[in-house]
Design a binder for this molecule. Structure first.
Ligand SMILES: Nc1ncnc2c1ncn2[C@@H]1O[C@H](COP(=O)(O)OP(=O)(O)OP(=O)(O)O)[C@@H](O)[C@H]1O
Ligand SMILES: Nc1ncnc2c1ncn2[C@@H]1O[C@H](COP(=O)(O)OP(=O)(O)OP(=O)(O)O)[C@@H](O)[C@H]1O
Lengths: 227, 227
């Protein structure tokens, strides 16, 4: 079973540690703040209070034997750096660091981090993508040029069969699934009506509230009718 | 053209404002800290220093005329709340608030926010998904039961044509794209080798380093060979 150490129980570290534990990963959660350690100890395999810049303390908890070490010590950059260097010395196979800025991220990479996460910047870009394309419920980049998008079915597709629209030939995009909202439960208050997801067949007919999930090159996706 | 106000130029707000402006949205960026306003003014249509809890100041900048207002004032919860209430009073059609915790998020929703973002928690869960499924480069839930996953091509598929593997018939999953790494540039140091993405054709043959991007019901995806 995979063993992952999460060092630094800020909001990122705590959410990560809990979700990992729920997915069946063996988690050791570390922070120098006893209160945070107490908060999480029922959710993970092991929660320990220690100063992560102390090599002996890390060894005493077998940090040299984990598969992945996530270092999410936020504001204390020096502690974050020192801990990363120690994890590298202890030959942890994969080290992930949470960085405050692009410059911090660059430094973590130079001292050997395998992956750097910048939650705020990544969220800012993610929300920007959603807002810049309001008819697209979501845009997930698969690479620099390809994305997965969710598009409310444009009027010009309503009532047409998928075969007749010819998305692959005409638009060079791949229709991956159709999300069709079901009747709302009584109160109409719930923010997300239940939807039925299906893998599209050629004879399926597109209905007005369908959401089409499509994959293709960004340039091709931009050609789709918006309305 | 859509007009979006971003109030609070922390890391989330700045990344959001810049990416929106790059996508052709008209952005007004607001902060009470002049230095941050100066930092972003070349990247957006309008950058203004003001206290967002001041109703007159907001009106003077036509915040009542924007399509979306994003309130990303972080640590000052009271200011964040007051600004949200003001935006609601000014009848801004869509209000997005950045929250520090689930409890803060709940409060924003109760006072009328249309969407609440928690970057650190969302990033924690996202990284947890990646780490919990190491053979899957990424798992993106499309609904409670359907996901998009990236799977390193299992050995049993190497050298076989897509048609012969019969993913749709045999596994009920839809192969959406294939990512094929290209030769690495000289130093081998770059963390993500260039990949060529292609929409699969029936006669394409799967190669050992291919990454298959698949969509299907979670139960079907779990049936795929892992190795
Ligand atoms: N030397 C250290 N050893 C162990 N834990 C540490 C050390 N220094 C700081 N920490 C812990 O790191 C945690 C995260 O730090 P902090 O809250 O500054 O980060 P943050 O980036 O604001 O977090 P987030 O944004 O994820 O909420 C804190 O709980 C803190 O106690
Ligand atoms: N009343 C106010 N009017 C306008 N701006 C404000 C007000 N109060 C705070 N701000 C601004 O909000 C910005 C973001 O706040 P802060 O840096 O505390 O958030 P944060 O959540 O830590 O940001 P991030 O995590 O996105 O970096 C700051 O630049 C601050 O100047």
């Amino acid at each position: 079973m995979r063993k992952i150490a999460v060092i630094g129980l800020g909001r990122f570290g705590i959410a990560l540690a809990r979700r990992l534990a729920q997915s069946g990963v063996q988690v050791i959660a570390i922070d120098r703040n006893q209160q945070l350690v107490n908060e999480i100890k029922d959710d993970v395999d092991l929660a320990v209070q220690l100063d992560a810049t102390d090599r002996q303390a890390l060894l005493s908890q077998d940090i040299d034997k984990v598969d992945v070490c996530v270092i999410s010590i936020g504001e204390n950059f020096e502690a974050s750096l020192l801990t990363t260097v120690l994890a590298k010395q202890l030959k942890v196979p994969r080290i992930i660091c949470r960085a405050q800025t692009a410059l911090h991220a660059e430094i973590f990479q130079q001292i050997g981090a395998d992956q750097v996460v910048q939650p705020e910047q990544e969220a800012g870009r993610h929300v920007a993508r959603q807002l810049a394309n309001p008819q697209l419920a979501d845009v997930i980049p698969l690479s620099d040029d390809f994305s997965l998008v969710e598009l409310k079915a444009p009027k010009v597709f309503h009532g047409k069969s998928i075969k007749s629209i010819g998305l692959r030939a005409g638009y060079q995009v791949n229709l991956v699934v159709i999300k069709r909202p079901q009747a709302l439960a009584g109160d109409g208050e719930s923010s997300t009506p239940p939807t039925r997801i299906s893998v599209p067949r050629p004879d399926d007919v597109i209905q007005p509230d369908d959401v089409l999930v499509l994959v293709g090159a960004n340039a091709s996706l931009a050609e789709l009718p918006k309305e």
